[in-house]
Design a protein around this ligand. Structure first.
Ligand SMILES: [Zn+2]
Length: 418
């Protein structure tokens, strides 16, 4: 766990994700594209792609149904959702196409997901209905607060809306917290704390007192055994929420994962399902994000791993170094086999071997395979691990199998789990 300010200033400069992002060619912020609109370069995109695949797989196994919806929609959609009433200051101004056709860049995915629920009649047998999307949304952040990936204007959110009956909320929230814990462990996220945000005395809220009391009680019960700080007055206007906090290398705290109960949008969108007694009922909407936005997640992961990602989402997993030109063909052939086995591999043959080994280390490549005359002739490979360990030469197929096993297990270490 990182306490606020646990890094001295000098060190925090060294592990700033913006500097590492530049050095490792993960992303670029170009003033011509605009502040807060970073571009993911191939290395950063490869790492992000692996993480997105993992999150999708985790959600699919947990019964989520993935959808695609557009990042902009008609003005009326966001009037109905309440966003233009409550949230307009954080949104880009509407775009007028014609006198009666105005569009806005969405600040959240909930309105579209409410329309997924409403696409046809629903029965209690379908609940909880878990609608998930890694989707784009936009916030008109002031240019002064933008920096690297941690605060951006174009956000790719790991989002889902779980529509449940009120009596299902407790189990649903417990399962979401379990998934968050699993995702954090696999990615290397170390939460700094849990917050339970409740109603305060002087705020206006949607929904009746009895529902709120029950919702707060359900969240509290789901957090049983978790060290949590209760924060009255910090609830969303539509419901109480659990926020899971992280602290970056400079000591700044932000939310990475969230679970929010919402009684308001089901009302606004007139969502209903047919209960077991045949009567129409109103579902509760649970907004949840397991790992937050890809931007904020990677700002954090770059810093917490100091650029040395676990092998399963390292941009390049294996770098092959032929000692001289005579091993170039053998290296190219091995690279094709590694690619066919699903690994991300590169061959580096420019410059002295010592300089190439140093460059592999600078790039935090988890595995480097040196191919000399003996290895090329015998079909073997000696692997150097990123942490400095050198393994005895082994048949090339065994080396690829070793890396493949570590990647498939998504473990943090560089050797297969025992
Ligand atoms: Zn939402």
């Amino acid at each position: 766990m990182l306490a606020s300010g646990s890094y001295p200033n000098k060190e925090s400069d060294m592990i700033d994700h913006r500097r590492l992002g530049r050095e490792l060619e993960l992303f670029v912020s170009d003033p011509l594209a605009g502040a807060g609109l970073p571009i993911w370069l191939p290395a950063g995109a490869a790492a992000r792609h692996a993480v997105e695949e993992y999150v999708r797989e985790l959600e699919r196994r947990a019964g989520y149904r993935h959808v695609y919806s557009p990042p902009l929609g008609k003005r009326e959609l966001f009037e109905l959702s309440g966003h233009l009433g409550y949230f307009a200051d954080d949104m880009f101004p509407p775009m007028r196409l014609s006198a009666d056709d105005e569009f806005v860049l969405r600040p959240a995915l909930c309105p579209h997901h409410a329309l997924v629920f409403r696409a046809r009649g629903r029965s209690y047998r379908e609940l909880p209905l878990r609608v998930a999307e890694l989707g784009g949304m936009y916030r008109a952040e002031r240019s002064g607060v933008l920096g690297g990936l941690s605060r951006v204007r174009a956000i790719s959110l790991n989002d889902a809306h779980n529509f449940c009956a009120l009596e299902q909320v407790g189990d649903e929230v417990r399962e979401i917290l379990r998934l968050i814990g699993e995702a954090h462990a696999v990615l290397g996220v170390r939460p700094a704390g849990f917050r339970l945000s409740l109603r305060g005395p002087d705020q206006r809220y949607v929904g009746d007192d009895a529902s709120w009391a029950r919702a707060e009680e359900m969240l509290r019960a789901a957090l049983d055994g978790v060290d949590v700080v209760e924060v009255p007055g910090e609830a969303a206007f539509y419901g109480p929420k659990i926020d899971i906090q992280i602290v970056d290398a400079a000591g700044r705290e932000s939310t990475i994962s969230t679970v929010q109960l919402d009684f308001d949008k089901p009302e606004r969108f007139d969502l209903s399902y047919t209960g077991s007694d045949g009567r129409r009922k109103r579902p509760v909407m649970v907004h949840r994000s397991l790992v937050g936005s890809m931007e904020r997640l990677f700002a954090y992961l770059i810093e917490v791993h100091e650029g040395a990602f676990p092998a399963w989402y390292a941009p390049v997993q294996l770098l092959l170094l032929p000692v001289d030109a005579a091993q170039a063909d053998a290296a190219a052939g091995l690279a094709r086999r590694a690619e066919a086995a699903g690994l991300r591999v590169e061959v580096d043959q420019a410059g002295s071997l010592g300089a190439r080994i140093r460059d592999a280390s600078r790039r935090r490549v988890p595995y480097t395979g040196v191919l000399g005359a003996r290895e090329a002739a015998g079909g073997s490979l000696s692997l150097r691990l990123r942490d400095g360990r050198v393994l005895d030469p082994m048949p090339a197929a065994q080396a690829l199998g070793l890396i493949g096993a570590v990647v498939a297990s998504r473990s943090a270490g560089l050797l297969p789990p025992a």
